[in-house]
Design a protein around this ligand. Structure first.
Ligand code: TYD
Length: 134
């Protein structure tokens, strides 16, 4: 059983004017990017997420500030602290995730492999356990 996630490091193009990171689908990250969204203005002590996906791949990037991603495969649990714009957390399908501990001004950029499809979500934890254990 794998952990269902990987860390991807991006090459930052730095010069005296600042830094630039370019992300290309199927190259910098292993899937085609069909959707981009971002989460911001999260109040202190708020938890987001609380679901898994059946087929969707996503990468989460702390474009600004920091937050913690809590992961659960049904067998393994881990927590990943994201605080670097040059680092992405690649979440594979069948991973229950919550995001917490958002710093003030944090922005979570998400690159997703599919368009939004509510049917791909598992939003009930018991249903998730049944789904991954069968
Ligand atoms: P939700 O899945 O609860 O966000 P989070 O993962 O941060 O907890 O999504 C919040 C709302 O936004 C929900 O009504 C679904 C909607 N939504 C879209 O319409 N399109 C999208 O691409 C996403 C990710 C969410």
């Amino acid at each position: 059983m794998t952990d269902n996630f990987e860390i991807i490091n991006f090459h930052s193009i730095d010069d005296i004017r600042g830094k630039l990171i370019a992300i290309e689908g199927e190259s910098s990250i292993p899937f085609e990017i069909k959707r981009v969204y971002y989460i911001y203005d999260v109040e202190e002590n708020v938890e987001r997420g609380g679901h898994a996906h059946k087929d969707l791949h996503q990468t989460l990037i702390a474009i600004s500030g920091s937050f913690t991603v809590n992961l659960d495969t049904g067998q393994n649990k881990s927590s990943i602290f994201l605080s670097r714009p040059d680092e992405a957390l690649w979440l594979k399908p069948n991973t229950w995730r919550t995001m917490s501990n958002f710093s003030a001004g944090a922005v979570c950029l998400v690159l997703a492999s599919e368009h939004y499809l509510e049917e791909d979500y598992i939003r009930n934890y018991q249903e998730f356990l049944e789904f991954v254990n069968h």
